[in-house]
Structure formats: structure tokens, C-alpha cells
Design a protein around this ligand. Sequence first.
Ligand SMILES: *[C@@H]1O[C@H](CO)[C@@H](O)[C@H](O)[C@H]1NC(C)=O
Ligand SMILES: *[C@@H]1O[C@H](CO)[C@@H](O)[C@H](O)[C@H]1NC(C)=O
Ligand SMILES: *[C@@H]1O[C@H](CO)[C@@H](O)[C@H](O)[C@H]1NC(C)=O
Ligand SMILES: *[C@@H]1O[C@H](CO)[C@@H](O)[C@H](O)[C@H]1NC(C)=O
Ligand SMILES: *[C@@H]1O[C@H](CO)[C@@H](O)[C@H](O)[C@H]1NC(C)=O
Ligand SMILES: *[C@@H]1O[C@H](CO)[C@@H](O)[C@H](O)[C@H]1NC(C)=O
Ligand SMILES: *[C@@H]1O[C@H](CO)[C@@H](O)[C@H](O)[C@H]1NC(C)=O
Ligand SMILES: *[C@@H]1O[C@H](CO)[C@@H](O)[C@H](O)[C@H]1NC(C)=O
Ligand SMILES: *[C@@H]1O[C@H](CO)[C@@H](O)[C@H](O)[C@H]1NC(C)=O
Ligand SMILES: *[C@@H]1O[C@H](CO)[C@@H](O)[C@H](O)[C@H]1NC(C)=O
Ligand SMILES: *[C@@H]1O[C@H](CO)[C@@H](O)[C@H](O)[C@H]1NC(C)=O
Ligand SMILES: *[C@@H]1O[C@H](CO)[C@@H](O)[C@H](O)[C@H]1NC(C)=O
Length: 411
Amino acid sequence: MAKVLPIAVLALLRPIMAQGQCDIEPMALEWTNTTVTADGLGVTRGIAIGIGTPTQIFALRPYTALNNTRVNNVANCGTTSNDTCIGGLGGIFDKDLSSSYSVSVKTNWNGSQVDTEETDGAYLYFNDRITFERRASVDGFPLVLDSTPYGGDYTGLPLGSNSSFTAAAVKSGVAPSEVLGLWTGSRSLDPADGLLVVGGYDESRVNGVFVHFPVSDSSTELPCPLQINVTSISYSDQRLMNETSRVRFCIEPYNQRFVLPPAVTAAFANATGQNSTLFPGDLHYSADSRPSGDLIVILDNGYSTTIPNFDVFTPLRGSDEYGRYSITNDTVVEAGLRDTRSDDPDSVIPALGGLFLTFNYLLIDYDNGTFSLAPAISANVSTSPALRTVCTPSPVPEPSEDTTRHRSRHA
Ligand SMILES: *[C@@H]1O[C@H](CO)[C@@H](O)[C@H](O)[C@H]1NC(C)=O
Ligand SMILES: *[C@@H]1O[C@H](CO)[C@@H](O)[C@H](O)[C@H]1NC(C)=O
Ligand SMILES: *[C@@H]1O[C@H](CO)[C@@H](O)[C@H](O)[C@H]1NC(C)=O
Ligand SMILES: *[C@@H]1O[C@H](CO)[C@@H](O)[C@H](O)[C@H]1NC(C)=O
Ligand SMILES: *[C@@H]1O[C@H](CO)[C@@H](O)[C@H](O)[C@H]1NC(C)=O
Ligand SMILES: *[C@@H]1O[C@H](CO)[C@@H](O)[C@H](O)[C@H]1NC(C)=O
Ligand SMILES: *[C@@H]1O[C@H](CO)[C@@H](O)[C@H](O)[C@H]1NC(C)=O
Ligand SMILES: *[C@@H]1O[C@H](CO)[C@@H](O)[C@H](O)[C@H]1NC(C)=O
Ligand SMILES: *[C@@H]1O[C@H](CO)[C@@H](O)[C@H](O)[C@H]1NC(C)=O
Ligand SMILES: *[C@@H]1O[C@H](CO)[C@@H](O)[C@H](O)[C@H]1NC(C)=O
Ligand SMILES: *[C@@H]1O[C@H](CO)[C@@H](O)[C@H](O)[C@H]1NC(C)=O
Ligand SMILES: *[C@@H]1O[C@H](CO)[C@@H](O)[C@H](O)[C@H]1NC(C)=O
């Protein structure tokens, strides 16, 4: 048994422990192709985590609309051999196969604020061991099992402002702080893996200075924490937004595509010569009349992003029989925009998704009340990753002459 230290010694140790927290290396989680079915055929692109004992593998997309890690129930796919379904959902959890599974009562569960529950879903709050790629596992991690037939709309890795995922990572000593750095990677025809960093960011992907934005609270008009104002969207020198308008957008890595207001999507379709008789209801084009322009997005502070033509238009892709993302029809190209043309404008939440974040590095610091964007290096980098810690040591409770020394932020 360890000796019980006298109070005075404990007080002396505190600043050292606070400093120690920031000495932990940032945790890097790859956003990559991950095998999620038992037969090894179902592959999903996502952030790989393991749940349970023995480990069941998941590939989760980061989601700012969640504060807790939600995974799909094995029952959602009918059978464990339904690869299309399991691959599409990024893995399924069978609680009966995990010896470390422990069910909890929702009101006593130690996750964070309970997330919105869909009316057709059933939710089980539990704790289990979670295993990070190349990292130690953490016992008793708070998790939510979603039993919505064929999968709930809200499953993923929580990037919300009160994420129990980042809180548990820090509490368990696998990450120095809850600061998040994200490069989503690329889903173009020349794909690249992304990287989520907990406790810092990957400097090798950053190509310029970070521009800061305030975190929005949920009382603002859009239900998301990472909001920016867009003042201009143009395609091949044609403005798609009206001269003086300004549209509020969410930054949401969970979406891959852009979600533009219906009038802006219609202007894009017009500018690209989309034939809605030939391809109704989708922003599809014949491969032999592929549009040739780039898409440019400008924020109200002048921050500008160009999405090159090669990434805006790609051959038609979708899930194959294993739930894998692959080319399904090479005579058709699709634009990386959701077709909102016939949607009710009030029901559309404008969003800049993974495609935008292929060209922008995202740094989120909820404790500081800010998030930041910098131009990303989307080409292959040989020095990757170069992890940098962003961490403020917790303030020392007892007043002492020497506390300021530990306050500086090293970024
Ligand atoms: C996450 O928790 C924070 C703080 O409790 C809350 O403001 C926010 O709305 C929550 N996010 C979601 C998506 O529920
Ligand atoms: C597999 O899942 C799909 C939904 O993704 C569902 O339509 C189909 O019925 C399931 N097949 C079996 C055999 O359960
Ligand atoms: C986060 O969620 C926990 C649990 O619901 C709650 O006690 C805490 O106040 C929340 N934090 C913030 C910043 O709202
Ligand atoms: C949450 O509760 C579980 C089970 O009671 C426990 O093992 C775990 O350490 C707790 N986790 C956190 C982050 O508090
Ligand atoms: C967006 O613009 C509105 C004014 O139109 C302003 O109130 C709001 O703070 C801006 N939001 C951001 C995130 O800059
Ligand atoms: C531009 O303004 C006109 C007139 O108010 C409106 O009809 C049109 O939908 C607007 N276009 C966009 C892209 O918002
Ligand atoms: C459609 O594009 C043409 C030019 O290609 C332009 O003259 C026309 O104003 C556009 N219409 C709308 C509704 O944006
Ligand atoms: C759209 O496609 C239809 C069917 O192939 C064709 O008849 C029509 O001419 C096309 N429209 C344009 C503007 O190219
Ligand atoms: C991931 O898998 C898809 C097919 O499912 C493939 O097209 C892509 O090249 C793979 N990505 C990487 C980075 O290897
Ligand atoms: C590919 O798309 C074209 C145009 O919609 C269609 O005519 C063709 O049948 C499709 N091919 C396959 C293999 O689905
Ligand atoms: C914290 O917020 C301030 C502005 O409030 C900003 O200047 C600073 O760069 C932010 N720090 C980080 C690490 O984002
Ligand atoms: C990037 O690296 C991948 C895998 O090493 C390779 O397949 C791809 O062609 C490279 N892309 C470029 C633009 O060099």
C-alpha cells in the first residue's frame, strides 16, 4: 500500500501535477479506412476506436451535434453478416459479447449532458472499455447505444462543447487538454487520411496563420457551436449569392458535402449547366460534359477558400455491397453539394462540411471560447504528423507567489 502523504506535501505536489497534465503528448487519431465487420470485408472511413472486451471496432465520424459517443446496436442491421448495413453505419456493438460492458441508469450515468433522442430510437446508457489506436485503453468510458432500425442519424464521435469523449481522454491521462485539431483528409479520387488531434494540432497540415472565431452557444439561430458568416460563394467567377447578403453557416465535419441555401444551390446548378431533366433531384452531370470551374467561399472577415475543380466534381460514388465507398457509375459526375433546390429554405441548415475542411485546418478550444481556421496543406506531406500541444495547466487552488509561471499557454 502507498504511504499516506501529509497535507503539506500534497499541497506542494499540486503545481507539479498540473504541469504534468500538459506534458502528456497530444493524442492523434487517424481518420482512415477501417475494417468494421467480423468477416473483414466491410470497410468504413472514420476515426477508429475499439469498444469492449474483446474489442469491437468502430469507424466514427466526428460530430459537433453530439456531446457523447453514440454507437449503433447490433440489432439495427438484422444480422452480423449484413455488411452493407454494418459498413454503412461504421460498426455495430453487441453488448452480450463484451465482458467489460456495464449498463447504467441514464440519470446516474457519468457522460455529459444527454444528447437529443430521436422519437423512433431507443437508447441505452452504459460504460465500457474503449481502446484508442496505438494508445492504452480506458476503462469505464461513457457510451450510448442507439437502437434505431437501420441506424440512427445521430451516431458518431462527439465534438460538442461538452464532449464526454474529450473529458474522459483528459481525465484518463491520454490527452493533455480538450483542445481539438482536425484535418478531415481528402475524399477526392486521390484520397488521403485525416487526423483528429486531442490536446493540440498537427502543424504539418497548417499552411498559414490561424484566424479566430467565437464559439456560438445553442441559443443562436443555428443549432451548432462552430458558426461563421459567409458573404460570397462563387463558381468560375459567377457570384452565387446576392451582393449584400450574408448567410450564417455551421462548420460540421460530420457532413462531407456543402449544404447551401436552396437559392444558392439553384444558382450553382444554373452556373454549371446542370440538366435537371436528365438528372432530376441530384447535382449530377454526364462525365463527357463535366463542368470545369472552381468553387470559392469567402467569409465576412475576408477569409477565402478555393475548392479546386478536381475536388468539387467526382465520378459518382456510393456504398457497394460491403458498405465501402466506391465508384458506382463512371459515366456520371456529381458535385460535392447536397441538392437542396426543392427543400423548404427554413428547413435547410447551411453547412461547410468535410470537403471545405480538406482545405482548412480546424482548431477548437471550447475552454477559450474560440475556434480557428487556417489554410490546410491537402497534398501529401512526408513530415506528417508534427503534433503541437495546446494546453493551459489547471489553475493551482492555493495562492502562491509562483503560480504565474505555469499559466503561459504553449501552442
Ligand atoms: C453540449 O453541451 C453543452 C453544454 O452543456 C450545450 O450547450 C450544448 O447545446 C450541447 N450540445 C448538444 C448538441 O446538445
Ligand atoms: C441489411 O440492412 C439493410 C439496411 O441497410 C436492410 O434493408 C436489409 O433488410 C438488411 N438485410 C438483412 C438480411 O437483415
Ligand atoms: C456538461 O455536462 C455535465 C453533465 O450533464 C454538466 O454537469 C456540466 O455542467 C456541463 N458543462 C457545461 C460547460 O455546461
Ligand atoms: C464512469 O463510471 C464508470 C463505471 O462506474 C467508471 O468505471 C469510470 O471510471 C467513470 N468514468 C469517468 C470518466 O468518470
Ligand atoms: C454573423 O453576422 C451577424 C450579423 O449579421 C452577427 O450578429 C454574428 O455575430 C456573426 N456571427 C459570426 C459567427 O461571426
Ligand atoms: C437574390 O435576391 C433576389 C431578390 O430578392 C432573390 O429572388 C434571389 O433568390 C436571391 N438569390 C440568392 C442566391 O439568394
Ligand atoms: C443562369 O445563368 C445565366 C448565365 O449562364 C444567367 O444569365 C442567369 O441569370 C442565371 N439565372 C439564375 C436564376 O441564376
Ligand atoms: C437535358 O437532357 C435532355 C434529355 O437528354 C435533353 O433532351 C435536353 O436537350 C437537355 N437540356 C439541355 C439544356 O442540355
Ligand atoms: C479507402 O477505401 C476506398 C474504397 O472503399 C478507396 O477508394 C480509398 O482509396 C481508400 N482510401 C485510402 C486513403 O486508402
Ligand atoms: C450510369 O448512369 C447513366 C445515366 O444516368 C445510366 O444511363 C446508366 O444506366 C448508369 N449505369 C449503371 C451501370 O448504372
Ligand atoms: C483564445 O482566445 C483569444 C481571443 O479571445 C485568442 O486571441 C487566442 O488566440 C485564443 N487561443 C487559442 C489557442 O485559440
Ligand atoms: C499520396 O499518397 C498516396 C499513398 O501514399 C498515393 O496513392 C497518392 O497518389 C499520393 N498523392 C499525391 C498527390 O502525391
